[in-house]
Design a protein around this ligand. Structure first.
Ligand SMILES: [Zn+2]
Length: 354
């Protein structure tokens, strides 16, 4: 098996405004980009026929099962939201859980897992405006990748407006969701990066499930600015050309007050939320809450139910069983703890529109 050649992302040369406004022919480019991306991504999967795995291949073939978990409480404990999605990925359990104990050399390329695992073996899907598009070595599910900056001196927590614009152009042109984590709020690697996930891969029984956060009801607070209501976390949604600048402005205000933040880019829209990294615990796994989780996608590997004596553990892979272990009230509580109320951060938008 040969390593696939990088693809060209159609429309990459178009400027930001043209992409956001939708240049003539953009729909066709998006279709082609999606098709080519999935095809090349598949080319990096490890062999399933017993052949030896190559250094440029992913660590495993993601084996997932997903199920929407509906709330049967008519009062819907989490606003109007009617489900969370559980993703069980048996493959991901085989990823390394602790960082290599190797001594740090002080040289980025030798210490950084993205450089060592992805860039040195040239796992390259495409180049995109100062970023390298690379498959996630330990994929959440099919078509989960990373966009990593070519400039490793940049700080993860402070992307520029231009960086956010690039990520938005990428999301629009490829139809992929791009989510961005800060340190202590999901990010663990020092190499500046964003996560890329295929929203069409979240599905159950062949039917696509929209991210619960994206389904939540929104209220308009000014032109191009909405606020999510009836959801477990407070979230502002910026739409259109000004979205990257407004995201930049909001995250800076959050950082200034000692918070962290995440954002999710879904085409022309950017969903921004503040994080309280020191206050949170994820349901059952006792780890910080992931950004995917805040969107309503609860990602799990093998889950073990502890027996009361704490010794024996039973493997649970059935989503209904999982639901019994992790009630929605617990999830809502965790998400609420993990996030920041945005009242004081968005007041000035409301004033402007009044
Ligand atoms: Zn690196």
């Amino acid at each position: 098996m040969n390593k696939p050649d990088p693809i060209i992302i159609l429309g990459e040369e178009k400027d930001y405004d043209a992409v956001v406004d939708g240049y003539a022919g953009i729909e066709k480019d998006i279709r082609t980009n999606k098709f080519r991306y999935r095809e090349i991504w598949d080319g990096f999967l490890p062999p399933s026929n017993g052949e030896e795995k190559q250094v440029w291949q992913m660590a495993y073939n993601p084996l997932v099962c997903m199920a929407p978990i509906y709330f049967d409480d008519p009062n819907k404990p989490i606003g109007q939201l009617d489900y969370f999605v559980y993703v069980i990925n048996l493959g991901r359990d085989s990823r390394p859980h602790t960082a290599d104990k190797k001594d740090k050399t002080g040289i980025h390329e030798q210490d950084c897992p993205v450089c060592v695992n992805n860039l040195t073996p040239r796992m390259i899907l495409a180049d995109f405006s100062g970023f390298t598009f690379t498959p996630n070595k330990f994929p959440y599910h099919n078509y989960s990748s990373l966009l990593v900056s070519k400039d490793v001196s940049k700080e993860q927590d402070t992307p520029t407006v231009e960086d956010i614009k690039t990520l938005m152009r990428f999301s629009i042109l490829t139809g992929q969701s791009v989510f961005y984590n800060t340190f202590d709020a999901g990010a663990t690697i020092k190499h500046p990066h964003a996560q890329v996930v295929d929203p069409e891969e979240i599905k159950s029984r062949g039917k696509q499930l929209e991210y619960p956060l994206l389904r939540a009801k929104r209220e308009k607070i000014a032109r191009g600015i909405e606020r999510v209501v009836d959801y477990a976390i407070d979230c502002v949604v910026f739409d259109g050309r000004d979205a990257p600048f407004r995201t930049y402005e909001l995250y800076n205000n959050l950082l200034r007050k000692g918070h962290k933040y995440n954002f999710l880019i879904s085409g022309r829209k950017i969903f921004v939320f503040g994080r309280n990294p020191y206050k949170e615990r994820s349901p059952c796994i006792e780890k910080p809450v992931g950004t995917y989780e805040l969107m309503g996608i609860i990602q799990l590997g093998n889950v073990y139910e502890r027996k009361p004596d704490g010794k024996e553990a039973k493997l649970i892979t059935d989503a209904t069983e999982l639901f019994r272990c992790i009630p929605p009230e617990r999830i809502a509580e965790n998400l609420d703890f993990a996030c920041v109320g945005l009242d004081s951060f968005i007041k000035h938008y409301e004033r402007k529109s009044a």
